[in-house]
Design a protein around this ligand. Structure first.
Ligand SMILES: *Cc1c(COP(=O)(O)O)cnc(C)c1O
Length: 302
C-alpha cells in the first residue's frame, strides 16, 4: 500500500440480539486509517496513484460533488505523494464552500466548478480532451474511482483481513466499485452482502461486469435493497438515533450516507434471520466520517 493502514483493526460488536441469534458481527475499521480522509476511497485510488507515479504524470484530475469523500481522499493522497490535484466540482461555485471543499483546498487541490449540465458530460471523450488541453497531461480518475483499476484497489481491503473465516462480508454500495473489488477477493463460500445507498438501483450487475471483467454473475452476492432511507444522502431521525446508539454502545462512529445504513441493515437482517445460526459477519467500515460535518450542529454525540 502507498499509505499506512496499520491503524485499521477488526472489532467485534456484542449485544443480546447477536447472542440470541448465535451470530457474530465484527467491523473492519477502515475509518481509523486517517481522522478525516479514510476508508475505501484511499484503496480505490491506489492503482491510479501508482500508475501516475510510475508514468511520471505529476497531476491527478478527478470529479465530485461538494461533499464528496472521493474528492477529499484524492486531495489528501496527492498531498502525501506530492502530486498536483485538480478537482472538477459539480455545480456553480457557492458563496460558502462546504467543509469538504475547504479541506480539499487546504490539501492543495485546485478546484474548478462546472455546471451540472457540463458535469453530466464528464465521461465524454471531447470533454476529457478539453480538460487535457486546459490542464496539460494528467491522470484522469473517474468520479468515485468507478473503473476496473478502482475495483482492483478496493480488493486490497481484504489484505487487512488476516484470518478470513467470515461467512459474510457486508458493505455499503454506491458506484459498486468497492463491492466489485470485494467480490473478486472473496472466497467462494463467503457471501458478499451489498447495501445500496441509492434508491431504485434495481441491480448492479452491469456495473459489476464492467468493473470485474467477469462475464457470469457472482453467485455469492446478496443485495439487500431496503436500507437506503429514502435515497442518496437522505436521512431520518431513526437513522441519526441509530448512529448515536452505536456510539454509546460500541464507541463506533458511523457516517450517515453509507456506513450507518449498512450497519442498520446488517442488524435488521440478523433480526429477521437473513443470516443463519453460526454466521460470522464482517462489516466494512468504509470511512466517510468527514461527511457528518454537513449535519446540523449537535445532531450527533460524537
Ligand atoms: C464511496 C463510499 C462508499 C461506496 O463505495 P462505492 O465503491 O462507490 O460503492 C461506501 N462507504 C463510504 C464511506 C464511501 O465514502
Amino acid at each position: 500500500m502507498l499509505f499506512d493502514t496499520s491503524k485499521a483493526n477488526i472489532e467485534e460488536l456484542h449485544n443480546d440480539l447477536f447472542t440470541e441469534k448465535q451470530v457474530s458481527v465484527s467491523v473492519l475499521r477502515l475509518d481509523k486509517i486517517h481522522p478525516v480522509v479514510s476508508g475505501n476511497k484511499l484503496f480505490k485510488l491506489h492503482y491510479f496513484l501508482e500508475e501516475a507515479i510510475n508514468s511520471k504524470l505529476k497531476t491527478i484530475l478527478t470529479f465530485g460533488g461538494a461533499y464528496s469523500n472521493h474528492l477529499s481522499a484524492t486531495a489528501y493522497a496527492c498531498k502525501l505523494l506530492q502530486l498536483k490535484s485538480i478537482g472538477i466540482v459539480r455545480g456553480e461555485k457557492p458563496e460558502q464552500l462546504s467543509h469538504t471543499l475547504q479541506q480539499c483546498l487546504q490539501d492543495g487541490m485546485q478546484l474548478q466548478f462546472i455546471s451540472r449540465q457540463q458535469f453530466a458530460q464528464k465521461d465524454d471523450p471531447v470533454f476529457i480532451n478539453n480538460l487535457k488541453a486546459a490542464y496539460g497531461e494528467c491522470m484522469i480518475i473517474p468520479e468515485g474511482g468507478y473503473h476496473p483499476l478502482g475495483a482492483k484497489g478496493a480488493a486490497l481491503i481484504m489484505d487487512l483481513v488476516k484470518d478470513n473465516n467470515y461467512t459474510h462480508i457486508c458493505t455499503a454500495t454506491g458506484t459498486a466499485t468497492t463491492l466489485a473489488g470485494i467480490l473478486m477477493e472473496a472466497k467462494a463460500a463467503q457471501t458478499v452482502v451489498s447495501f445500496p445507498v441509492l434508491k431504485g438501483i434495481a441491480d448492479n450487475k452491469n456495473s459489476i461486469k464492467q468493473l470485474t471483467g467477469k462475464e457470469g454473475e457472482f453467485e455469492n452476492l446478496l443485495v439487500l435493497n431496503n436500507y437506503h432511507f429514502g435515497g442518496y444522502a437522505k436521512k431520518t431521525n431513526l437513522l441519526i438515533q441509530f448512529m448515536n446508539q452505536c456510539w454509546q454502545q460500541y464507541q463506533l462512529p458511523l457516517d450517515f450516507v453509507y456506513t450507518a445504513k449498512m450497519l442498520f441493515g446488517t442488524i435488521d437482517a440478523v433480526k429477521n434471520d437473513t443470516f443463519t445460526k453460526g454466521s460470522k459477519i464482517l462489516c466494512l467500515h468504509t470511512g466517510g466520517l468527514q461527511g457528518n460535518k454537513s449535519l446540523p450542529l449537535n445532531s450527533l454525540l460524537f
